[in-house]
Design a binder for this molecule. Structure first.
Ligand code: PLP
Length: 399
């Protein structure tokens, strides 16, 4: 079975008990046993649940491995990885623009328990080499990153880490397995926020951990039950439903994002544009090699005052203002005051995260409506810029 067929058929034969065509929602806490510990493989839904099990099998199949554990959120999945693999004294290397929640988990939870971490520009091989310590246990990478869409060469990082016996975790949330298969590039673990593209409709919070090797997976799988951050059967069913259209949706996200990025790249009110699908993007060549599509997130730095940018993000017809990404409906976000507000301004600047940066999660609407919406929002910014240009030439202009 190929990818698109697996998303629909793998582990999803009709229910033998009833003939139900679609995977049932097994909304039950417990399972009746014939005699103590004699049962059909399910005893209690924290430990195992048939709907969750189906989701885990489908996700594993899509990422091309054997093992998957689903969690109640992306961060719960990440926490299981860190809790399973880190001991006090251990060191983690991660990218300097890692997802804010991951940074907080490393910084406010694990650093306080005696672990340490370094943030480096993972696209810089020398910086990565210098960051390894004898205690380094994990490299945690994201590509493309949020919100600047920087690209890291997964295979290269894996080679550097594996030469030192270090495990590589790839957060594959932004790409999804449609656009990028990290295990083929050497990753040891993949984590997902299924909240984003996998479920795809902005109606679920969920996460997953995937692994090729049982020895790395087992301690994580143990924690799924032992610490209990499991998703509900209904949420698993929603994600299973979302996965059936994953490749159609992601193809459309990719196409719409490319169209939007090309429109923005030529717009006079846009100072900078970040999208790995543009040939001018510094990671374009690597992205082309390791991805089959460039994803649905586009960031831009419009010209204009902070108030003008605030108005731009607040008044869009289709790009509604909100955190999150990866759903069928478009969203816009202003990282400096929203998702990345907890990072001090100085550090944001050091990371190259401009206060004017606006992140778009490009949905699967008709791209022409999305462009119209952006065009209308940018018009006042470009006309203001024209007015400033006129003033600079020494003429007095009244707005
Ligand atoms: C959203 C997100 C997470 C966290 O997932 P939740 O489901 O919100 O807990 C982790 N990594 C990335 C890249 C994300 O976008």
């Amino acid at each position: 079975m190929r990818f698109d067929t697996r998303a629909i058929h793998f582990a999803q034969d009709p229910d033998p008990a009833t003939g139900a065509f679609t995977t049932p929602i097994h909304q039950t806490s417990t399972f009746v046993q014939k005699a103590p510990r004699v049962h059909k493989g399910f005893d209690y839904s924290r430990t195992n649940n048939p709907t969750r099990r189906t989701l885990e099998r489908v996700l594993a199949s899509l990422e091309g491995v054997e093992h998957c554990a689903a969690f109640a959120s992306g961060l719960a999945a990440e926490n299981a990885v860190l809790q399973a693999l880190l001991s006090p004294g251990d060191h983690v290397i991660t990218t300097d623009d890692v997802y804010g929640g991951t940074f907080r988990l490393l910084d406010a939870v694990y650093a306080r328990k005696g672990c340490s971490f370094s943030t480096v520009d993972l696209s810089d091989a020398r910086a990565l080499d210098a960051a390894f310590r004898p205690t380094t246990r994990l490299v945690w990478l994201e590509t493309p990153t949020n919100p600047r869409l920087r690209i890291t060469d997964i295979a290269k990082v894996c080679r550097a880490a594996h030469a030192r016996g270090v495990i590589v975790v790839v957060d594959n949330t932004f790409a999804s397995p449609v656009n990028q298969l990290p295990f083929d590039l050497g990753a040891d673990l993949v984590v997902h926020s299924a909240t984003k593209y996998l479920s795809g409709h902005s109606d679920v919070i969920q996460g997953a951990v995937l692994a090729r090797e049982a020895s790395i997976f087992e301690p994580i799988h143990f924690l799924q039950n032992a610490t209990g951050a499991v998703p509900s059967p209904f949420d698993c069913w929603l994600t299973l439903r979302g996965l059936k259209t994953l490749s159609l949706r992601v193809a459309r996200h990719n196409a719409n994002a490319q169209t939007v990025a090309e429109f923005l790249a030529g717009h006079p009110a846009v100072a900078r544009i970040h999208y790995p699908g543009l040939s001018a993007h510094p990671g374009h060549a690597i992205a082309k090699r390791q991805m089959t599509g460039f994803g649905g997130v586009v960031s831009l730095e419009p010209l204009g005052s902070p108030e003008a940018i605030r108005a731009f993000v607040s008044h869009r017809r289709f790009f509604k203002l909100g955190e999150s990404l990866g759903g069928v409906k478009s969203l816009v976000c202003h990282p400096a005051t929203m998702t990345h507000a907890s990072i001090p301004a100085e550090r944001r600047r050091a990371l190259g995260l401009s206060d004017s940066l606006v992140r778009l999660s490009v949905g699967i609407e008709d791209a022409r409506d999305l462009i119209d919406d952006l065009e209308q929002g940018l018009a006042p910014l470009s006309s203001r810029r024209r007015r400033r240009a006129v003033v600079r030439r020494g003429r007095v202009v009244r707005a």
